[in-house]
Design a protein around this ligand. Structure first.
Ligand SMILES: *Cc1c(COP(=O)(O)O)cnc(C)c1O
Length: 375
């Protein structure tokens, strides 16, 4: 959370988040919630507390410093730092704060091993690159990894990798290729005498690709109620998960816009009929994307209202003519919902994402930087 000077209200619904976790947990033994990047904008400390009550025993974050934040907040569960240590300070934190870090390349492995010589034994997670081409040892480097481990005080307790296209129908062959590479890496560790927890799938993998499930699953987007399959033939596989985040902003002023009059910077929208507009106190400074200009929608009193003209730094105009025509008054102080909201047509994260040419993950991270309240 970092934007605090505005009038936005980000409501995080704990009941929905918990229900999403339970729904996923029904089909999987060991679920590791991914609460990196401030829990996709939902608040890392708050979300961890909600899920500890559900019996979660391991959390995954990104950087080691995120893990330290979580640990010092009082969390006593296993914490996995997926991005691994990037400095000696990070490496020392692994002992100081009991953090399980992903180790992904030889320089890093050797540096951690060297520090372990003075600090003592350390459980680690080995990250393998099975096709994403970001971080990790290649599966055929496993014997070289084993050779370093055997001379060290490092204890591999987990092996992990990440799927590049688990959410795309028709790409099952790619998942199969990655799964095979991962299998080879895990087998290499097992035959060297290291018993590791094998951890491959993300939300989409866990829901669709049985062969990617292994011992534990990293649950990210579905925990927050995003649907990784939106717009594909697998869309219904993501049903039942409810977005946990609602975002609203206040109406500042309501006035008429006559036929032929234009509105906002550049006069990019001209009214075709006598209209009424509401000016809402949210803009791109609040991470409400300017690409929504003349494209996006909000809801007021549970009804859709279209955005008119350009999004400004702290203001956006919406057309409330039809709402008023139905006898529903709109007045300053009423809440306009940019995401979620009451009624039968809440703004879905995937819809908002489509309007901005992005994915629900980015929507949550961005809007979640505003002031949050927990319900
Ligand atoms: C973010 C992340 C996840 C979670 O993926 P979702 O698609 O949100 O379920 C899992 N694994 C890694 C390595 C990640 O970075």
């Amino acid at each position: 959370m970092s934007i605090s000077y505005n009038m936005l209200r980000v409501a995080i619904h704990a009941d929905r988040l918990r229900a999403n976790y339970r729904l996923f947990k029904k089909d999987h033994d060991r679920v590791i919630p991914v609460i990196k990047s401030d829990a996709y904008g939902h608040g890392v400390v708050e979300v961890s507390r909600m899920l500890e009550q559900e019996g979660v025993d391991t959390f995954a974050v990104g950087f080691v410093r995120e893990a330290v934040t979580l640990r010092t907040s009082g969390c006593d569960k296993r914490i996995l730092a997926l991005l691994g240590p990037v400095s000696d300070e990070d490496i020392h934190a692994l002992w100081d704060h009991d953090i399980l870090a992903a180790i992904s390349h030889f320089d890093q492995l050797k540096r951690v091993a060297a520090i372990a010589n003075t600090r003592g034994p350390l459980p680690i997670c080995l990250k393998f690159d099975t096709g994403m081409r970001r971080l990790g040892f290649l599966p055929d480097e496993v014997n070289e990894v084993v050779a370093v481990l055997k001379k060290s005080r490092l204890v591999p307790v987990m092996a992990t990798s990440h799927l590049a296209s688990a959410d795309e129908p028709g790409r099952e062959d790619r998942v199969g290729m990655q799964t095979a590479g991962f299998r080879a890496a895990v087998d290499g560790l097992t035959s060297a005498g290291f018993a590791v927890e094998a951890n491959l799938a993300n939300s989409a993998g866990g829901m669709v690709h049985e062969q990617s499930r292994y011992d534990s699953i990293r649950l990210g987007i579905s925990l927050y109620g995003g649907n990784p399959f939106q717009g594909t033939s697998w869309e219904s596989r993501g049903d039942g998960y409810r977005p946990a985040m609602d975002v609203s902003a206040p109406v500042l002023q309501v006035h008429s816009l006559r036929a032929g009059e234009s509105i906002s910077y550049g006069w990019t929208f001209t009214a075709q009929r006598d209209s009424v507009v509401a000016i809402v106190g949210v803009g791109y400074a609040d991470n409400y994307n300017r690409a929504l200009s003349n494209v996006g929608q909000m809801t007021i009193h549970g009804r859709r209202v279209p955005i008119r003209g350009r999004i400004c730094m702290q203001m956006t105009a919406v057309d409330v003519t039809d709402l008023i025509g139905e006898g529903k008054g709109v007045a300053p102080g009423d809440r306009a919902f940019l995401l979620g909201g009451p009624g039968t047509e809440p703004i879905m994260p995937e819809e908002l994402a489509d309007w901005c040419h992005t994915i629900s993950y980015e929507i949550f991270c961005q809007l979640g930087m505003n002031r949050r309240e927990y319900i």
